[in-house]
Design a protein around this ligand. Structure first.
Ligand code: HEM
Length: 476
């Protein structure tokens, strides 16, 4: 048994320390945890006024660019206009420099080469439980954050290696082949529903009818979870993810803590059920693996719980955003939509370009294991870097003519975008997400050549995890 793991009981920890103020008072308070805000592994920046009111001097002098300039860009990035089109803000930030200071002592990393190198280097670590304990801040010590630090995303080696290896290459060719019929059947059913709804109402909300449903139906079926539970699980997932935003509000953190409790209760019960009634399924298989690795059954259950809970959450929120983004971008580039309609074999290339152009995750976070130089800037031990995946994917040093959406890109390895991260924490479900998006796009192109957006998307006010809401479409 590893020392770190022994400290991770499946008991509920003390209640969240995140304040639970109502929304009115929340609007006036600074974001929780000003010392070291969001990982950018998934957090929501504060309102512009909060950003301007609560700057804290960075831990060490770093670059010639002032933190006020960076904050002003972040404020604009977070505005509805910035969320609808973040690219000009990314361009401005890249032009300011590759590594930019924030008021809380963290740094934005804007260029592809640096983001990629941080993701792949052992000099940088994820925000694990030891790091969070050192922060002395509500931002990092609520229940949702504590739970996250026990998942793959919050573990560093050697614990991360052990847990990641325990599930192997979960979405290998054979598994994907087995899931093909499930994904294709789900796509068919969802497109039937979309067609019916459009026939009744003239248009329909693509995100809630299709985007949200496809990933949960697929992962739910793979994990053999009851369909009746999907709406509740979807809600818990949406609430939970905001704890990873950049500078989440105290209210958002409190909601995430409650969602983490809900996810703990739900998946603990699933594990209890599989213990009592083992099946020939994924979860029972993971329990057998961990029973062989771990003498203490409670610890084996805990390990499987965190693998299961995080894999579920990670699979739903991200893929749900990819689907409407894909439809939106192809609608804005009708010639390319028509090309996919004429040749549905273009679907994989189109999906790849959507992932590059507007990935579901725009920021990931890492902390320095020791004092480190990055892009000519000193990053002190424990300080955070916010890896701007959305910006890196538009770095002209890496992608030709990056602001152009082009599903026909040739002569460059488009799949070397950073939408799925890189290095040890590279996305576990990348192949599944690609399969779901490709089959959906083929289905849309074959069944609804006249598909078009009738009301442009609204965006949740987030900087790290994109979320489109209210994008209505018509099928003809
Ligand atoms: C378009 C859809 C998806 C996108 C854009 C995406 C993106 C990412 C990114 C950027 C990371 C790395 C985060 C970091 O380094 O801090 C990640 C990790 C992860 N993803 Fe995905 N993901 C997607 C779909 C999925 C799916 C479908 C699953 C599971 C079925 C999944 C499971 C995971 C897991 C478990 C990790 C943590 C891996 C680790 O830390 O070792 N993801 N994902």
């Amino acid at each position: 048994m590893t020392a770190g793991w022994a400290e991770w009981p499946l008991r509920r920890r003390s209640p969240s320390t995140a304040p639970t103020t109502d929304n009115r008072s929340e609007a006036r308070r600074p974001p929780a945890g000003p010392r070291n805000p969001g990982a950018g592994g998934a957090p929501s920046p504060p309102a512009p006024s909060e950003l301007e009111e609560s700057p804290v001097a960075p831990a060490a002098p770093t670059t010639a660019v002032g933190t006020r300039t960076v904050v002003s860009h972040l404020s604009r990035l977070r505005s509805p206009k910035g969320q609808a089109d973040p690219l000009p803000h990314y361009r401005d930030l890249r032009e300011l420099g590759p590594v930019l200071p924030t008021p809380w002592g963290g740094h934005l990393v804007t260029r592809h080469a640096l983001v990629d190198s941080v993701l792949r280097s052992r000099k940088w670590r994820t925000t694990d439980s030891a790091w969070k304990e050192r922060q002395d801040s509500d931002r990092w010590n609520g229940f949702a954050q504590q739970e996250l630090s026990r998942t793959l995303q919050g573990l560093n080696s050697p614990h991360h290696t052990r847990h990641r290896r325990s599930i192997g290459n979960v979405f290998d060719r054979a598994t994907l082949a087995g899931l093909h019929a499930v994904v294709a059947g789900t796509v068919d059913g969802l497109l039937d529903t979309l067609q019916d709804r459009v026939a009744e109402e003239g248009d329909a909300d693509f995100g809630s009818l299709v985007g949200d449903q496809l990933p949960i139906e697929v992962i739910g079926s793979w994990l053999d979870l009851p369909r009746a539970d999907y709406p509740k699980l979807l809600w818990l997932t949406h609430e939970h993810v905001v704890c990873q935003e950049l500078l989440p509000t105290a209210t958002a953190l409190a909601g995430a803590d409650r969602a983490a409790e809900g996810l703990r209760d739900y998946f603990t019960e699933v594990i209890r059920d599989r213990r009592a009634h083992p099946r020939d399924d994924v979860i029972s298989g993971w329990l057998r693996t961990w029973d062989a690795m771990e003498e203490d059954r409670e610890q084996a259950d805990a390990a499987v719980f965190y693998l299961l809970m995080f894999l579920f959450v990670a699979s739903v929120e991200t893929t749900a955003t990819l689907m409407p983004t894909m439809v939106h971008l192809l609608d804005r580039h009708r010639d390319q939509w028509r090309a996919v309609v004429a040749d549905p074999d273009l679907a994989p290339a189109a999906v790849e370009e959507v992932l590059r152009y507007d990935p579901p995750i725009h920021m990931a976070g890492r902390v320095a294991a020791r004092d480190t130089e990055l892009g000519g800037v000193l990053i002190p031990k424990d300080a955070m870097v916010h890896l701007m995946i959305g910006s890196a994917n538009h770095d002209p040093d890496h992608h030709r003519d990056p602001a152009t959406f082009d599903i026909h890109r040739t002569g460059e390895r488009i799949s070397l975008h950073l939408a799925f991260g890189g290095g040890a924490h590279f996305c576990v479900g990348a192949a599944l997400a690609r399969q779901e998006a490709t089959l959906l796009l083929r289905g849309l192109a074959e069944r609804f050549p006249g598909l078009h957006v009738t009301a442009p998307p609204q965006y949740a006010q987030r900087v790290a995890f994109r979320r489109l809401t209210g994008m209505r479409v018509s099928t003809g």
